[in-house]
Design a protein around this ligand. Sequence first.
Ligand code: ADP
Ligand code: MG
Length: 270
Amino acid sequence: MIALRNVCKSFDGGRTRAVDDVSLDVPRGGFLAIVGESGSGKSTVVKTINRLVEPDTGTVQIDGRPADADPAHILRRRIGYVFQGVGLFPHLSVAENIGVTPRLLGWEPARIAGRVDELLDLVRLPRAYASRRPDALSGGQRQRVGIARALAAEATIVLLDEAFGALDPIIRADLGQDYRRLHEQLGLTTVMITHDVSEAVLLADRIAVMKDGRLLANGTPGELAAGDVDPYVRELMDAPRRLAERVAERLSSRDPGARDPAGLDLVRGV
Ligand code: ADP
Ligand code: MG
C-alpha cells in the first residue's frame, strides 16, 4: 500500500540531512509504528507519504502508483493525517470540523450529517457533541474529533504523528486501543509516529526505528526485542521493561514516603 524506496531529504541547502536513504513498505491493512529520538527524521519521512514533503531523491508509491502521479490534494483525500495538537478550526463546531473535506468534495448536506454521526459513533463521542466548539472538549475528545476528521472522506491510509502525545497516560492508552480497533474495523493502513516504545509494541504490527535520518531496524516487536539487532535498538526496546521493573521495585521494597518524607529520591529520579 505504501512503498518508500531510497528516500532522501535535506534541509538548509543540504546542511541538515533529515532523511537518509530510507526504504520501507507498509502492506494494505498494516500498522507500522515509527520510533526514535526527537529530530531523527520521523515526521519528515511520514510527510513524504502525503506530500507535505517532497523527497530530494528516491520514490514514494501509494497503492502501486507514484505519490506524485496526481495533484497532492487528490492524494490527501485518501490519506488521513492526525498530528499532536490536531489543528481543529476553533470557530467551527465539531460537526463542521469533521465535515470539512466532505464539504470541499461537494457532498450533499444530508450525507455529511449522516457521516458525522457515523464518525462520532466510531470514535466513541456522544452525537450531542456535534454542535460543540473544540474549546468545550477535553484534549482526548479533541484528538477523537481529529481522528474522525481524518477519516471523514473515507480515507484508507491514516498517518498519526504523535497524535496521542499530549494526553495523560490513561486517556492515551484508551485512545490508542480505540484507534487500533478502528484500524481493524475499517481495514485501514496506519503509520503511527510515537516516542513511546510501549505504545508502539502494544498497537503496531511492525516497528521501524530511526536515528539520525536513517532506518536502523524494521521488524515485528518480537523481532526487535530479541535477536541480532543494533545495540541502540535493543536498548530502546528494553526501556519499557526496565522502567516497569524499577517502578515495581520501588513500590514493593519500601515506602518511599516513610524514609524520605520530602520525596527527594523521586525528585532526583529513581
Ligand atoms: P522527528 O519527527 O523525528 O523529531 P523531523 O523529521 O521533524 O524529526 O526532523 C528531522 C530533522 O530535519 C531535524 O533536524 C529538523 O530540525 C529538520 N527539519 C525538519 N523539517 C524541517 C524544515 N521544514 N526546515 C528545516 N529543517 C527541518
Ligand atoms: Mg516529529
